[in-house]
Design a binder for this molecule. Structure first.
Ligand code: 3HC
Length: 282
């Protein structure tokens, strides 16, 4: 099956990046937000990123214009009715995601593949909210989407071979390296990343070292681009907490139990870069 038109539900940090890479790969893209104001903000984010890609010499001005022309914004899910593949990137909340999947299932033709960009929730549960569980899978992108080369693909026990192969080919046309993960908490990357981030916070709580020393240790000793506190601030501390809680709830593995410090920082509104303060000030 050939993918021509792609839908992206949600134009936040992840949705806008996903819409951008799809348009840059030549797909027609429809991207939605819940209202016009958020849509305008999301489309503005895409324009800024496209401009940055030109500035950095990654694409030409003509490529930027061609990509921008392929993107259409909407505040109505009905506008996804002609999409061959839809990637959901709404808030990380299973009930909200199930509502989106159920609505898309009614709007879209039988051939449409429905994918979720979830980082921690069960794709099988989203599939079960539709009448086409064989055509539902996970496509988990990494932030910043236009820069990070990985696409983690989640295949459930219900995903058909055809849907899997079509989505995998699609991911490769975006220029991403595709890895296959099962539908288990955190898939591959977050199964390892989340305990690492939580352990760093626990180490800080227990007075092992300062956050600066821990970050430097990981950056200079392991060649990571960011230390765990810088990375947690970059992802958003609320997102880290949400993912950890979702993973813990499913398997009760203490590796995923959020430290009190993280919970308190989120309660205090110190969410990282997006609020101007997390472990560091921005
Ligand atoms: N489009 C295309 N390329 C772009 C771009 C854009 N809009 N903006 C920047 N780039 C390119 C730059 O040209 C540069 O490329 P080069 O290395 O070939 O010169 C590269 O991207 C890096 O850009 P910058 O120089 O602006 O930035 P830094 O060198 O400071 O790197 C960073 C920034 C990429 C964010 C780096 O610090 C990094 O990789 N951090 C770790 C990010 C990470 O781990 N992300 C995953 C988070 S976890 C997640 O998303 C999963 C979720 O479920 C939690």
């Amino acid at each position: 099956m050939e993918i021509k038109k792609v839908g992206v539900v949600g134009c936040g940090q992840m949705g806008s990046g996903i819409a951008e890479v799809c348009a840059r790969a030549g797909y027609e893209v429809v991207v939605s937000e819940v209202n016009e104001e958020l849509l305008k903000k999301g489309l503005g984010r895409i324009q800024t990123s496209l401009a940055k890609a030109v500035e950095r010499g990654k694409i030409s001005a003509a490529d930027r214009d061609a990509a921008w022309e392929k993107i259409r914004g909407t505040a109505h899910l009905e506008d996804f009715s002609a999409c061959d593949l839809i990637i959901e990137a709404v808030v990380e909340n299973l009930e909200e995601k199930k509502k989106v999947f159920s609505a898309l299932d009614k709007i879209c033709p039988a051939h449409t593949i429905l994918a979720s960009n979830t980082s921690s929730l069960s794709v099988t549960e989203m599939a079960a909210a539709t009448s086409r569980p064989d055509r539902v899978l996970g496509l988990h992108f990494f932030n910043p989407v236009p820069v990070m080369p990985l696409l983690e693909m989640v295949r459930t026990i219900l995903t058909s071979n055809e849907a899997y192969q079509t989505a995998r080919n699609f991911g490769e046309t975006l220029g991403k390296k595709v890895i296959l993960a099962p539908d288990t908490p955190g898939f591959i990357v977050n199964y390892l990343l989340v305990p690492f981030l939580l352990d760093a916070i626990r180490a800080l709580e227990h007075g092992l070292a300062t956050k600066e020393e821990i970050d430097q240790g990981i950056v200079l000793g392991l060649n990571h681009p960011m230390g765990p506190f810088t990375l947690a601030d970059f992802i958003g501390l609320d997102t880290v907490l949400y993912i950890a809680d979702a993973m813990y709830q499913e398997v009760k593995d203490p590796r995923f139990a959020a430290p009190v410090l993280l919970r308190r920082m989120v309660a205090a509104g110190k969410l990282g870069r997006k609020t101007g303060e997390g472990f560091y000030k921005y």
